[in-house]
Design a protein around this ligand. Structure first.
Ligand code: 5GP
Length: 191
């Protein structure tokens, strides 16, 4: 998505060679009008599929998932990272290793919100090593739900997540694929 690439070049900040900071439009401040166009792009790519639910993980996937769900007219389900005192019901659960925070955490979804009838589009902001998306796909497997695809705003192609997911048979749509980056330049590959 050309507008997304320009936005990354103009407003993104590369930390070292592995982390891209896009706090100004995606991860802290949200450029809602722009993110709505990102969401519309996901809709265009998946509108011929049956999508019953958008699944993401808190926190940074939620905004883009909500905007995408508006186009499909379906609910958003976001996996919770923390054990909540109000979550005293049956949950699906998967373990995720965070590449940015260097910790393991569990993600959970209440069983009552996902079942074998559901066709799911997984949405996330970044794809790095694929752990978050794999955790969400595992939760769909536990529920017997069908993963129609994985929509990613920014994929870092030089990390292994994309190939792990595609080699596992998932359809992955990334709207910008970064093949290389450093503090001077960001190089994009084919989407
Ligand atoms: P993965 O599970 O694919 O290794 O990492 C994906 C998750 O880590 C995303 O949900 C995102 O929150 C975070 N993440 C990974 N790489 C980056 C990055 O370069 N910048 C930001 N802002 N978040 C990242």
């Amino acid at each position: 998505m050309e507008e997304l690439k320009q936005k990354i070049i103009n407003e993104g900040q590369v930390i070292g060679t592995e982390i891209l900071k896009v706090d100004c439009f995606l991860n802290h401040q949200l450029d809602v009008a722009f993110l709505d166009r990102v969401a519309k792009e996901f809709y265009e790519r998946y509108k011929s599929q049956r999508i019953d639910k958008i699944l993401t993980v808190e926190v940074s996937g939620i905004a883009i998932a909500v905007l995408t769900a508006m186009y499909f007219g379906v609910p958003v389900l976001f996996a919770k990272k923390l054990q909540s005192k109000t979550l005293n019901e049956e949950m699906y659960e998967a373990q995720v290793h965070s590449f940015t925070k260097k910790i393991d955490y569990n993600i959970r979804v209440a069983k009552k919100f996902l079942n074998e009838e559901d066709h799911v589009l997984i949405i996330d902001d970044f794809l790095a090593k694929g752990q978050a998306a794999l955790g969400l796909a595992e939760i769909c497997d536990q529920a017997g739900a069908t993963v129609e695809g994985i929509g990613i705003v920014i994929e870092k192609d030089f990390q292994e997540g994309g190939s792990i997911l595609r080699d596992s048979g998932y359809r992955v749509d990334s709207l910008a694929r970064i093949v290389e980056m450093n503090e001077e330049e960001i190089i994009f590959g084919e989407e």
